[in-house]
Design a protein around this ligand. Sequence first.
Ligand code: GDD
Ligand code: MN
Length: 362
Amino acid sequence: MISVVIPTYQEAESIQLALRRAANALGRFGEEFELIVVDDASGDGTAELAESLQNELPVRVLRRAGKRGLATAVVEGWAMARGDVLGVMDGDLQHPPEVLAALAEAMRRTQADLVVASRYCSGGGARDWPWRRRLVSAAATHLAATVLPLRLSRTTDPMSGMFLVRARALDGLKFSPLGYKILLEVVAKGKIERSAEVPYQFAERERGSSKLGPPQIVEYLVHLARLALSTGQARAWARYALVGATGAAVNLAALYALAVRFRWPLALAAGAAIEAALLTNFFGNHWLTFSRRASGGLGPQLARYEMVCAPGAVLNLVLTIGSFRAGLPLLVAAAIGIVADGLVNLTLNIPAIWRIWGSPLP
Ligand code: GDD
Ligand code: MN
């Protein structure tokens, strides 16, 4: 049985259509299902409208006393669910309910524990989104993958609010949901061995208004930090930082030795020193951060690592040489290059670097 939770806060204008379309889609898929509306005292008749469909459709309604947040609504809905497959979908029709059938179909076909409706895999998207919203969404997604690369390298849209997950993958799990993004908890803590994705178009909101504002953004950041601490990600981060610091030391020491002791031309010495640091980082991470988890052999892994890190390395080289020519002491010039290199990798490349060692989407 598939149990889909639909959290609502003031969705009177869309809830009935959302329920009808969801029931239609799942009905055609053929498996038994239930729709669980979790309403937070909307006061606009959302709960009553959902209840009025109860003798027509397999709908249940949980009314909560105050507005207590999207993620906790989902968890409470799942707690009363009867299905062995749990799901979630927005109640405002921005998630086309028909995608539920595609998710169920993908779960049956791939035997995945988790199937996510994604805007960011091929075929997905968010039509009509203003560029500002696109930017915020892309930044939030990238930030999540940067803070939690250990687990989030598995899905292209960890922000998605529409997905199906097998109940057994969440068995005995202690959720501490905060704010909006329940999928973060599921991916970070769930026993997900195999996951899949289905593309979808995030529709424009036609009625009502989004409940996403600055308080939700702060909650989101706190949520990410908390997940990093509770999933072992923080430990992986500490190792990664230690390796990075070692690489920086190797860079400086090698540059000094080659340029000053052996009197190599600066460009050659700096290039060799940066490459020595890259190799230090690669093997350091291989053994320490990722405890030798191989995926596709060391050679190809190193090649991918060099490719991902190349832009930062080139920047490092240019800044080192430029700063030295501008009159700075050699090691200060090198430090400027190293810091810039590190920042580029930290802000842009963490998900890609982690993916070199992490399990790719099965
Ligand atoms: N019960 C309850 N309590 N429901 C809530 C609450 C709450 O405090 N806040 C929001 N909801 C409900 C809304 O009524 C809607 O059905 C759903 O949760 C999503 O809320 P929106 O406010 O419409 O969200 P959005 O469109 O800005 O954001 C969506 O962004 C994602 C894309 O990254 C998220 O809701 C995701 O589900 C979506 O995939
Ligand atoms: Mn919405």
